[in-house]
Design a protein around this ligand. Structure first.
Ligand code: BES
Ligand code: MN
Ligand code: ZN
Length: 502
């Protein structure tokens, strides 16, 4: 899809569809709406304020061949209260419009700029909204998909603005949305296709294409390093585990020395989680192909970072394996020795994510990370606590947590902090080893985070539990159901913000 800006009167602009936002309670008595009303024989003023269109978010009115203007279709989209209008509204409105218009056979769409929001940022949000909105997890559908697609998104402004600002916004939006969609595609892949080896292959392609360094550790190297936790989980599978390590080094920067600030992103890459010997029930197990969404997010963020080029060192660490039952699988009661030296009693082989992350976090520290963000589809409990709405954020450094939360808020993602009182440590004490991998029913998301904290040790660390938010079960007007790519835009924004601050 091509995205560009035009500075023209909306009624003179030839396009398949003109998209115009309507605020809640708005009348057609001034500006663009008045002009549209006059050119359509008064239908806009007639309809506004009725149940056809109240301007609430999600309201839509579609007119084919609207009166006296060159657009072949007019789509009015409710944008909610004017005072609440934000970049996130731009993203959602553009996404909803793009999805709707694609269904009507439109090939081009022009979105009329009506707000006073920053030009470049609006262009970025609109680009993200359209590209993310149009994503479909349909790679395995054999019907002809070429017939329905939007080729052109035009950002239409009455008043000329800075071309450079616009172009830069569009470029950033494209980089970010394409990275997010790549992650969504990976999460959607069946585990038979996307094995740990294949994930490593895809990471290699991404690294080559975007100029990232990559190191893929095989099981022999993990063994040398003493990664007993990651290897323990991998034992039940015939597919060999991989530890994928990506490095981004800004142009001309000093190689990562001892005192360099290095952000590590660590993502859980379970390509299929059967639960292992503590096997999961059959119902819904097919979804466990997306248990690598943290790793996919890590790869996506690294890809975008390589293109956006913030001035900071970033590493991406993706531990990846299947979690399978077999005659060789690790079992409840086993004791694993993690790379850090800590011993772990396995209570439940389905609590595998924290085990692979334990060694990945320790490895990130070993290779120089000075702050760590891990993200994982880690616990079912996070869905109980926060539903499919908020990502759970926890950590050992309140300022760091606050910075990541602020980064999330800026890009319209919702994160909610859960507590980490010392008292929770009790729950992961083992009778026979240093800690155990499952603490039972209470505070499942917190005890999982507490487990990880033991491996982050003194390094500032933030944990994101995306198990409830990485897969959308409900179709949204602005987004297909399926993998969401949650947290990626936040990660990118955090890294760029942090780099700019120093
Ligand atoms: N991958 C799952 C978490 C999950 C559950 C993600 C549902 C998405 C949807 C994780 O490995 C897991 O099985 N966690 C267990 C931990 C328990 C055994 C302590 C859980 O949440 O039930
Ligand atoms: Mn599991
Ligand atoms: Zn899992």
């Amino acid at each position: 899809m091509e995205v560009r800006a035009e500075f023209e009167k909306f009624y003179d602009f030839e396009t398949d569809a003109l998209v115009v936002t309507v605020y809640e309670g708005e009348k057609a008595d001034e500006g663009a709406l008045k002009e549209i009303d006059e050119r359509t024989g008064g239908i806009v003023s007639d309809m506004l304020g009725t149940d056809e269109m109240r301007g609430k978010q999600g309201d839509m009115v579609y007119i084919y061949r609207p009166g006296n203007m060159r657009a072949r279709r007019l789509l009015l989209v409710g944008a909610g209260k004017r005072e609440d209008f934000s970049l996130d509204t731009v993203r959602k409105v553009t996404g909803s419009a793009a999805r709707f218009l694609r269904g009507k056979g439109a090939r081009s769409m022009a979105v009329l700029r009506r707000s006073q929001l920053d030009l470049g940022k609006s262009a970025q949000a609109a680009t993200e909204g359209a590209l993310m909105g149009l994503f479909e997890p349909d790679m395995y559908k054999t019907e002809n998909k070429e017939e329905r697609r939007i080729d052109e998104l035009i950002l239409l402004s009455a008043a000329p603005g800075s071309e450079a600002e616009l172009a830069q916004g569009v470029e950033c939006g494209r980089i970010i949305a394409e990275a997010v969609n790549m992650a969504r595609e990976l999460s959607n892949e069946p585990s038979s296709t996307l094995t740990p080896t294949e994930l490593a292959e895809r990471a290699k392609e991404t690294a080559t294409r975007f100029g990232l360094d990559i190191d893929i550790l095989d099981e022999a190297r993990m063994k040398e390093l003493g990664m007993g936790a990651l290897l323990g989980v991998a034992r039940g599978s015939d597919e060999p585990a991989k530890l994928i390590v990506l490095r981004y080094l800004p142009d001309g920067a000093e190689p990562m020395g001892n005192d360099a600030d290095v952000i590590a992103i660590v993502g859980k890459g379970i390509t299929f989680d059967s639960g292992g010997i503590s096997i999961k029930p059959a119902e819904g197990m097919e979804k466990m192909k997306y248990d690598m969404s943290g790793a996919a997010a890590t790869l996506a963020a690294m890809r975008a970072i390589a293109q956006l080029k913030p001035r900071i060192n970033v590493i991406g660490v993706m531990p990846t394996t299947e979690n399978m039952p077999s005659g060789r699988a690790y079992k409840p009661g086993d004791v694993l020795r993690a790379m850090s030296g800590k011993t772990i009693e396995v209570i439940n082989t389905d609590a595998e994510g924290r085990l692979i992350l334990a060694d990945a976090i320790a490895y990130a520290r070993k290779i120089g990370a000075t702050r760590i963000i891990d993200l994982a589809t880690l616990t079912g409990a996070v869905s109980i606590a926060l539903g499919p709405i908020n990502v759970a954020i926890l950590g050992n450094d309140q300022q760091f947590i606050d910075e990541v939360r602020a980064a999330a808020r800026e890009v319209g993602e919702r994160f909610w902090q859960l507590p980490m009182d010392e008292d929770y440590r009790e729950l992961i004490k083992s009778d026979i080893a240093d800690i155990k991998n499952s603490a039972g029913r209470y505070a499942g998301t917190i005890t999982a985070a507490y487990f990880l904290r033991e491996f982050a040790e003194e390094t500032p660390w933030v944990h994101l539990d995306i198990a409830g938010t990485a897969w959308e079960n409900e179709r949204k007007p602005y987004m297909a159901k399926g993998p969401t790519g949650v947290a990626i835009r936040t990660l990118i924004n955090y890294v760029c913000n942090h780099a700019a601050k120093r």
